[in-house]
Design a protein around this ligand. Structure first.
Ligand code: HEC
Ligand code: HEC
Length: 242
């Protein structure tokens, strides 16, 4: 697992970047404004490209993650009520994209901002943490919705083609920085989708905004519940291979 990651990171240079490298002059020093028209999904910043070129080390990542434990907890499973998301098993590309976009001010997260700043966590440390998180198993139970709405949630997920990016098992896609959403805390999933719907998250794929906008609050609750009840995608994938 640990050995496989650097390869995955290299792969990214040819995929997630899309139009990116041509415009690598963007710097984290000049944050793109929140909800700014200048934020083009998939256009990689120089900082992101730099981090993707580094080889992450899980052992060092564990050390560097000390600064994150106050909120995401020592086992990186976050908090059951969803205040802090679960990070175990998240794709390295997603962690890199999200942390750098928080510190660039693109994704609004004032709580985490000081801990994601350049003086708090270096590019190498972000690469290391991303590899470390991908190796972690999830042992704690995640937060589920108050009622089992998974049948409706599954139908919404299917009808609106969420699987195109997040996969049939909620596994996301490392090469495109699409997050894994299976077995994430319900409260976090619901909050993110509301932010994506009303445009207050900042960094959302425009194609996703289009499909989430027309969903009702009940649809979002159902999808969040469905995803929260899916097993960790790494277990689902193992099962499929049998
Ligand atoms: C003070 C609390 C706090 C600290 C410390 C903190 N975070 Fe966070 N983090 C948050 C919150 C809150 C969110 C969810 C924000 C939202 O609702 O959009 C979050 C979200 C994230 C996400 C996005 C997850 C996803 O699925 O998109 C990543 C990745 C992340 N944090 C990594 C880190 C790393 C790495 C560190 C340490 C360098 C760190 N965080 C430190 C509070 C914190
Ligand atoms: C075109 C690809 C695409 C489609 C289609 C899509 N998403 Fe997403 N989704 C993303 C990306 C990429 C992110 C991460 C935000 C970012 O960086 O843009 C994300 C983030 C999320 C998150 C927050 C996850 C986290 O860890 O913070 C949720 C929840 C989510 N999507 C649910 C859905 C649902 C439900 C649908 C269908 C109604 C959907 N998405 C359709 C690409 C997509």
């Amino acid at each position: 697992m640990i050995k496989a990651i650097p390869f995955a990171l290299l792969l990214l240079l040819t995929s997630w970047q899309v139009t990116a490298m041509a415009d690598a002059a963007d710097s984290v020093k000049s944050p793109l404004g929140y909800g700014s028209k200048n934020y083009v999904w998939g256009k990689m910043t120089r900082e992101q490209a730099d981090i993707l070129r580094l080889t992450g080390d899980a052992k060092r990542g564990k050390e560097a993650f000390r600064g994150c434990r106050g909120c995401h907890k020592a086992d990186a499973a976050g908090i059951v009520d969803g205040t802090y998301p679960r990070l175990t098993g998240q794709h390295p590309s997603v962690v890199i994209k999200q942390v750098t976009e928080v510190r660039a001010g693109v994704r609004i997260n004032p709580k985490m901002d000081p801990f994601a700043a350049e003086h708090a966590v270096s590019k190498q440390e972000i690469a290391d943490i991303s590899v470390y998180l991908a190796t972690l198993e999830t042992t704690r139970e995640n937060g589920k919705g108050p009622d089992d709405l998974s049948a409706k949630g599954k139908a919404v997920y299917k009808k609106h083609h969420c699987a195109k990016c997040h996969g049939d098992n909620g596994e996301g896609e490392e090469a495109k920085a699409f997050p894994a959403v299976a077995a994430q805390h319900y409260g976090y999933l619901l909050r993110e989708m509301r932010h994506i719907k009303d445009g207050t998250r900042g960094n959302s794929h425009p194609e996703m905004v289009k499909v989430i906008k027309p969903l009702t609050y009940n649809d979002l609750e159902a999808v969040a519940d469905y995803l929260s009840r899916l097993p960790d995608y790494r277990l689902a994938t193992k099962g499929d291979k049998k």
